[in-house]
Structure formats: structure tokens, C-alpha cells
Design a protein around this ligand. Sequence first.
Ligand code: NAP
Length: 274
Amino acid sequence: MTFLVTGATGTVGRLVVEELLAAGRPVRALTRNPAEAGLPEGVEVVAGDLARLDSLAGVFDGVEAAHLINFAGDDYRPLPDGAGLVKLITEAGVRRVTVLGGRAEGDLEQALAAADVEWTLLEPVEFMSNTLRWWSQTIKTEGVIKEPFGDRLSALVHERDIAAVAATVLAEGGHGGRTYTLTGPEAITLREKIAILSAAVGREVRFVELSVDEARAKWRADGMGEETVEFLVGALGDTPEAGYTVVPTVKEITGREARSFAQWAAEHAGAFRP
Ligand SMILES: NC(=O)c1ccc[n+]([C@@H]2O[C@H](COP(=O)([O-])OP(=O)(O)OC[C@H]3O[C@@H](n4cnc5c(N)ncnc54)[C@H](OP(=O)(O)O)[C@@H]3O)[C@@H](O)[C@H]2O)c1
């Protein structure tokens, strides 16, 4: 029996693959583009598109447990037929499922709740890896971060801890029907985050605090659409309590302390140096 990972070329999925391999589990990885997957040796890479169920024939055959994303496409739209996907999964006899929770609101979770399968929803707060995506270029070239809400608190979580929880839940079972909020070990402000990153990089990163309107203008100039701009204003300006409340779930599930942002920054410092 094998373990299927969707989103396997993404930030979290790639690490779910690594964690399962490290635990000695056979892994099948789904991608729309196997030629560019760049996954480790030993992984069975299969082609398929979660938005087209007819492309998934055989993908779940012989699968004991599956890690699912709940979106399709590079703009993170909800899966067009989550219920159809769940039907494929249950008909193939998959016993356990983890779902990486996110913004996409489709019918996947509802269908899983009604299905005869042990499933677990993982609800991570802000990923530490966003730092790489959003800040590496500007820190490299300008040494400055321009953002609003300098005192905003976040309990940001290391993406490897999300993956470690997923791999443990998939391999061990016994977590069916649970929703796990996943955070790092501390809540830090944006200013503190920049100071930690500066120390790791070995170079001062300046912080320029923008007003909300200045931030809107900057994000539009960066090419973001109105919907994303307003999502960011809401998410960053009025972070829900869960986003800055530390919970012990990573340690409870994996037996390891959640990784800190200082650890993340030390691992990735090179990506922020010119
Ligand atoms: N960033 C955060 O702070 C944060 C916080 C909480 C939750 N989340 C949630 O985390 C999720 C994003 O995870 P991530 O950052 O690991 O993803 P990511 O790095 O953006 O990678 C996207 C993955 O989705 C796959 N994919 C996209 N469309 C597909 C399709 N139609 N069929 C099959 N595979 C498809 C891609 O695979 P291929 O291109 O190889 O096909 C790729 O592996 C979202 O649901 C988001 O809401 C993010």
C-alpha cells in the first residue's frame, strides 16, 4: 500500500513527500507536470489534474492514505468537484486522508465528512515560507521591507512542521474527524520578525511602516488584483485570534517542538543575501 501526496511539488506537499520517505513509506506524488516535478528518487510520480477527474484514473489504486489540497489552479480556486474526488477516493478503498486547509471553499470537506473515510483537516496559520516568497528579492536588492501593521502578531508556522503533522497523521491513523490548527512556538510581531531575519542574514533589514492606503497602492503596483489586495488588508490588519494564538498541536502530534522563526531564518538566510 502506498501514500499519495497531492500538491507534491508545492511548499508543503514537497515536504510531506520527504517526511513520508524519511519514515520509510512508499510515496506516489501527483502533479500536472511530471517532467518538471523534481521530486526525490524513489517517489512514484504520476500525472493528473485535480480539476479533471477523468485525468485521475488509477491514481488512488493501492493507496492507503492520501494528503489532499483543496484547490486547483495557480489562482487557488476551489476544486470544481470535491464530491467527485471523494467518490474516487472511497471507491479505491483509501482509508485515511489529510486536507491542507486554506482559502478555497469548495465541497471537498463536506463530502469527506459524509464519507466512510478517516479524515483530518490541517489548519495552519501563516507559513514562515511566505517570507521567502514575499521578501527575498526586496531584501536582497534594497535591504528594506515596506509593509503596514508593524505591530501585527503572528504565530507563524514552519512548513516542515505542517508536513510532519500530515505525515504522522497519515502513517499512524487515529486522528479521524479532527481539525488541527497548527502554529509555531511563539507569536511575534512583524518588527520582531524582521529583527530575527536581520540577525540570521547578518545584515540590517530596515522596516518602513506603510499606511493602509500606501500598502494598497504598493500591492496594486506589484501587480496584485483588488481581491488579493483586500484579502491582505483584512488578513494582516485584522488577523483572527487563531492567527496569533500559540497551540501545542505540532508537539502533541509529532513529539517534536515546533520550529521557531529563528530556526527557519537560519535555514534560509542565504536566500536573503545579495
Ligand atoms: N501561505 C500561507 O500562509 C497559508 C496559510 C494557511 C493555509 N494556506 C493554504 O495552503 C495552500 C497552498 O499550499 P502550498 O503553499 O504548499 O502550495 P503551493 O506551493 O502554491 O503549490 C501549489 C501546488 O498545488 C498543485 N496544484 C495546483 N493546481 C492543481 C491541479 N489542478 N491539479 C493538481 N495539482 C495542482 C501544484 O502542483 P503542480 O503544479 O505540480 O501540478 C503545486 O504542487 C492553499 O490552500 C492555501 O490557502 C496557506
